[in-house]
Design a protein around this ligand. Structure first.
Ligand SMILES: Cc1cc2nc3c(=O)[nH]c(=O)nc-3n(C[C@H](O)[C@H](O)[C@H](O)COP(=O)(O)OP(=O)(O)OC[C@H]3O[C@@H](n4cnc5c(N)ncnc54)[C@H](O)[C@@H]3O)c2cc1C
Length: 301
């Protein structure tokens, strides 16, 4: 079968991350749909490194970029279908906010928290994304996955160990779709609840600036933002990156930050918090790719 997706070479990852930084992906494939992605993977060389991208809202791609192929799911694995009064199948590239909206329209509750998460369902599954006491995996019944040979599988919820912003399951597989179960409550003011949650975010988080949301996980029983603020680090700047004054766990690209600036800021803040409060903060954000110098050496060789 002929491939129907689009392959870009040396695609700047800065175009695909919410931090607006990141060097080029050697190859960047946007499948036409799931069947096309299966075909693409079946033809992939076994040694080709593979990275799956949703909306890049929890990702720091280093300035040297990504070797191998990046698969973009957003706009590609884009189908959803309500299966009965409470259940839906939703593909990995669907935006979380869309799932919140569609569910509210159907008189379903439980997905409201997804409205303010600017990623895809695939990213939300990988991260167990959550907010306002809601978590993605609370609603998962089954999954469909794909491996790098292009083999599709159905997986059950209990094949995964799920924790706060952490998901561990069968290795070498990526999510292509989730079967979600929500609560039916046509009387609930779900649309209104979504508006309230979005307003609360706007009041507390610098969502109009380039960030990846919370940089660090909250330590058990504590808040990373509180620790960073009390260490006096709000406003701390390295190059074009700085700690937000509005929410200390959000680090902002002021416009000309490099990924190296942001990574240095992450390291500096973690060290300062550990020195002052004795707590080692663990990044929530995924850091991938090569430093610029590493890439230059790689292409030299
Ligand atoms: C302003 C702002 C607010 C945010 N608020 C929240 C919040 O309230 N709660 C929260 O949890 N997060 C929040 N985030 C972080 C982010 O939106 C979530 O982590 C989201 O789930 C990431 O989805 P994504 O599609 O952007 O994933 P990406 O950033 O593209 O990828 C993240 C990781 O998931 C992997 N991945 C992506 N798709 C798949 C797939 N199909 N199969 C397997 N692995 C995959 C990637 O390889 C990568 O390792 C916020 C971010 C921003 C910018």
């Amino acid at each position: 079968m002929q491939l129907r997706g689009t392959l870009h070479l040396h695609e700047p990852m800065a175009k695909h991350t919410s931090w607006r930084v990141g060097g080029p992906a050697e190859r960047f494939y946007v499948p036409a749909d799931l069947d096309d992605l299966v075909c693409y993977l079946q033809r992939l060389l076994p040694e080709e490194p593979l990275f799956w991208l949703g909306l890049g809202s929890n990702l720091l791609v280093r300035d040297g970029g990504i070797k191998g192929t990046v698969i973009q799911t957003f706009g590609a694995l884009a189908r959803h279908e309500f299966l009965d009064q409470q259940r839906l199948r939703v593909e990995a590239g669907v935006a979380c906010a869309k799932v919140a909206r569609l569910s509210a329209k159907r008189g379903l509750t439980g997905a409201e928290f997804l409205a303010g998460i600017p990623g895809t369902i695939g990213g939300a599954l990988a991260m167990n994304a959550g907010a306002f006491a809601g978590e993605t995996w609370t609603h998962v019944e089954q999954l469909e996955t794909l491996d790098r040979q292009g083999t599709l599988r159905v997986r059950q919820r209990d094949e995964y160990h799920v924790d706060y912003r952490s998901v561990c399951g069968p290795q070498g597989e990526w999510f292509v779709a989730a079967y979600l179960k929500l609560e039916r409550d046509p009387g609930a003011e779900t649309g209104q609840r979504i508006k309230e949650l979005l307003a609360e975010r706007l009041a507390k988080q610098p969502i109009q600036q380039a960030s990846c949301g919370s940089v660090f996980r909250n330590p058990p029983g504590d808040s990373a933002a509180r620790l960073i603020e009390e260490a006096g680090l709000k406003g701390l700047r390295i190059g074009g990156a700085f700690v937000s004054e509005k929410h200390a766990n959000f680090f902002i690209n002021g416009g000309d930050a490099s990924a190296a600036d942001i990574e240095a800021l992450i390291d500096r803040v973690a060290l300062a918090v550990e020195a002052k409060q004795g707590v080692r903060l663990i990044p929530e954000v995924r850091i991938v790719g090569h430093q610029s110098t590493q890439l230059e050496h790689a292409s030299d060789g």
